[in-house]
Design a protein around this ligand. Structure first.
Ligand code: AMP
Length: 280
């Protein structure tokens, strides 16, 4: 695996190894890698001759300075993991490489997606996500971009950003990787205390409950019961909703022919976890 720290260095290696839209896949990450990230790399390796992974904790997507400061950094372990998993190129830039002094942040027209659910609780988050992915796509120029469905709204937002900016990368969505007890793997999980870790799977249990018990009408009651369950276990629930999988508009009843998805965000201690599950 080659480790590259600059955009110029990456361009040189692209030329030398002849990376093209046809033969290259890209997995952007913020590091503290787990098997969810590695699954994205594995899918990229199956579909491309060259796989590039980036590790960059993007300051512009954190609406909370403390959350940014506390974000786990485990670069040495990450490098060993990527090497073992067969990554070809690791892009490990400094902030100035992604946002040089002359950088002017565009405003991406994301419509309603930007202000609902995660967007509502994390103002500016999705503009920041778009900034970093836009910059990374300009530097890496991959044919395929691998994203995890764990961050479902992010998948929709990045797909929209690619549409409006005209990047050539095709988005490839990968299933959420979970722990044995259902908890979605997340870099933030390593910050959970043993007590919090024991409670954390309740989020995926709430989503499973909704999936198992869904009826077409009166979804409010089902949501209410599961919010109560989470609150009873000590969570602060930002949202638990059943929504249209394309528009993310909340649903009170299922609409024939449309896919519905349950999405949740809840905090335990000061650790905020998100998860989602397709329902039909
Ligand atoms: P992050 O490093 O958390 O920004 O995530 C980088 C990429 O990995 C994003 O596309 C995430 O959606 C994806 N990802 C994070 N956790 C998981 C998971 N448990 N399963 C699958 N993909 C994931």
């Amino acid at each position: 695996m080659i480790i590259i720290r600059t955009a110029k260095g990456l361009e040189e290696i692209r030329q030398k190894r002849q990376l093209t839209l046809q033969n290259s896949g890209f997995v952007p990450t913020m590091g503290a890698l787990h098997n969810g990230h590695i699954a994205l790399l594995q899918q990229s390796r199956q579909e491309n001759e060259f796989s590039v992974v980036s590790i960059f904790v993007n300051p512009t997507q954190f609406n909370n300075a403390e959350d940014f400061a506390r974000y786990p950094v485990t670069v040495e372990q990450d490098v060993a993991r990527l090497e073992a998993a067969g990554c070809d190129i690791l892009f490990l830039p400094e902030v100035e490489e992604i946002y040089p002094p002359a950088y002017q942040a565009p405003v991406y027209p994301l419509g309603n997606l930007e202000n609902m659910l995660e967007g509502k609780f994390r103002p500016g988050h999705y503009q920041g996500v778009c900034q970093v992915v836009d910059r990374l796509l300009k530097i890496v120029k991959p044919g395929r971009l691998y994203l995890g469905l764990k961050d479902y709204q992010q998948c929709l937002v990045i797909t929209k950003m690619i549409e409006v900016t005209g990047h050539e990368a095709k988005v490839r969505l990968c299933q959420t990787v979970r722990e044995d007890d259902g908890l979605a793997k997340s870099s933030r999980n390593i910050r959970l205390s043993p007590e919090q870790r024991a409670i954390a799977p309740a989020i995926s249990q709430a989503l499973e409950n909704i999936k198992e018990n869904i009826i077409s009408e009166n979804l409010e009651q089902l949501i209410k019961l599961n919010i109560e369950m989470l609150v009873g276990k000590g969570f602060n629930v930002d949202y638990l909703v059943i929504a249209d999988a394309e528009t993310l508009q909340s649903l009170n009843k299922l609409v024939p022919g449309r896919i519905a998805i349950a999405l949740a965000a809840a905090t335990i201690g000061n650790i905020r976890l998100i998860d989602n599950m397709a329902l039909n």
